[in-house]
Design a protein around this ligand. Structure first.
Ligand code: AMP
Length: 190
């Protein structure tokens, strides 16, 4: 199995790009944000716990998303690998992911980091709020919180993956098709 991570701040285009990329390379796309939103709409206890945190622009506890990932790894077997979207988001999650993969003699093959400045993040999220009715996109204060959460808790993963030699950057400014073409050009070399 191959393990790819699509990485970047909220609004960088991870979800938009991940689905077609996963299909093209026969990977299972796993978005922890989507899994959490499904729990919320089903009204599960986990969903109720996650809802308040997500609506505040905070991260849900590491163990919650790590459990979701472990479950997904066990569930999908007839794919060439996984494309993780929105996971890992903390150093603890990245280390846990490494341990999960090392236990099977595997590892992260590549991190594809979508590069976009904070100003464009805000524009894109405002646009998505209109299209998708996401509660965590609706308020400027929550969006600001998510951007700060990204810089504080998630950005340190860049150095973690650079040191492992698996970190790659893709410019995420441009049309969806332009960015998709850049990602495919990179993935074809991996
Ligand atoms: P996303 O759709 O990836 O932007 O995720 C939406 C929200 O779900 C995030 O702002 C977090 O509150 C939560 N979430 C998603 N993935 C994770 C993760 N790996 N760790 C912690 N919280 C997460």
């Amino acid at each position: 199995m191959k393990y790819f991570i699509i990485f970047g701040p909220p609004g960088a285009g991870k979800g938009t790009q991940a689905a077609p990329i996963a299909e093209h390379y026969n990977l299972k796309h796993i978005s922890t944000g989507e899994l959490l939103r499904a729990e919320i709409s089903e009204g599960t206890p986990l969903g109720l716990q996650a809802k308040a945190l997500i609506e505040d622009g905070k991260l849900v506890p590491d163990e919650v998303v790590e459990g979701m990932i472990a479950q997904a790894f066990g569930k999908y077997r007839d794919v060439d690998g996984f494309l993780l979207d929105g996971f890992p988001r903390t150093l603890t999650q990245a280390i846990e992911l490494d341990e999960m993969l090392e236990a099977r003699d595997e590892g992260v093959n590549a991190v594809i980091s979508l590069m976009i400045p904070d100003s464009v993040v805000k524009e894109r999220i405002a646009h998505r709020a209109l299209l998708e009715n996401r509660l965590d996109d609706a308020s400027d204060a929550v969006v600001e919180n998510r951007i700060q959460t990204y810089h504080r808790q998630t950005e340190p993963l860049i150095d973690f993956y650079k040191e492992k030699g698996v970190y790659h950057e893709v410019d995420s400014i441009g049309t969806i098709e332009e960015v998709a073409a850049r990602i495919r050009t990179l993935m074809d070399t991996l």
